[in-house]
Design a protein around this ligand. Structure first.
Ligand code: ZN
Ligand code: ZN
Length: 216
């Protein structure tokens, strides 16, 4: 794999390490971590801090402020972030994703959602949803804003939007402020794993119609 340029932020890594993310986001984070040495190392450091804080909390009075905020994140101390150090396997999907997708790229049951784009929604609990997206080379996903957070991990091919280029292994974190039009690079289909915690807000009328069909 080529070098990864776009990584998870600390909030997401800490949320993952402390078990505070919805299942849909856990899957995207776990899949990126399985591909990315840098984020895996940072996640383990949060894991260690979390463990140390839980130990100290039992014997010491905590200051209010940042430590308390951190402690609030460590609500679920039974959670242990899975260790993702799988050897590289043939195929497109890293191990954490294979379990959800029931195999590799060839096993995905795609549904067309218009404009040449296909998707497959993966089963997870909670309000956040996660889907695989297949965008043919040169095709754009309609421009849209976000009412929550959107995490998009590229598994194959690449896309560009107003911010940068995202290739295999890269993850884009989009929030409320961002409106963008991702376009797949010409050539190979772009395969992404995308999690959202709220419906996307599309700018035009037709995309809003498509949104009903796509359930995004
Ligand atoms: Zn990373
Ligand atoms: Zn988006």
């Amino acid at each position: 794999m080529k070098p990864i340029n776009h990584h998870l932020n600390d909030t997401l890594l800490m949320g993952y390490a402390t078990g505070n993310l919805p299942e849909a986001f856990n899957l995207v984070v776990a899949t990126h971590i399985s591909l990315c040495d840098e984020c895996r190392a940072r996640m383990h450091s949060f894991d260690a801090i979390g463990g140390a804080l839980v130990d100290r909390a039992e014997s010491a009075v905590l200051d209010k402020g940042s430590l308390a905020a951190t402690m609030a994140l460590i609500a679920d101390d039974t959670w242990q972030a899975p260790v993702m150090e799988h050897p590289a396997q043939p195929g497109v999907f890293p191990a954490p994703l294979r379990d959800y997708a029931g195999g590799d790229l060839d096993n995905v049951k795609w549904r067309r959602v218009g404009g040449g784009v296909s998707q497959a929604i993966l089963k997870t609990s909670g309000k956040a949803t996660v889907r695989l997206l297949k965008i043919p080379g040169g095709v754009a996903v309609p421009d849209h804003g976000h009412s929550g957070m959107e995490l998009t991990l590229v598994l194959q091919g690449a896309f560009r939007d107003e911010t940068d280029r995202f290739g295999a292994g890269d993850i884009e974190v989009a929030d409320d402020d961002m409106v963008h039009t991702p376009v797949a690079e010409p050539g190979q289909d772009c395969i992404c794993l995308a999690a959202t915690d709220a419906p996307l807000r599309f700018s035009g009328f037709l995309p809003r119609m498509a949104q009903k069909v796509m359930r995004i």
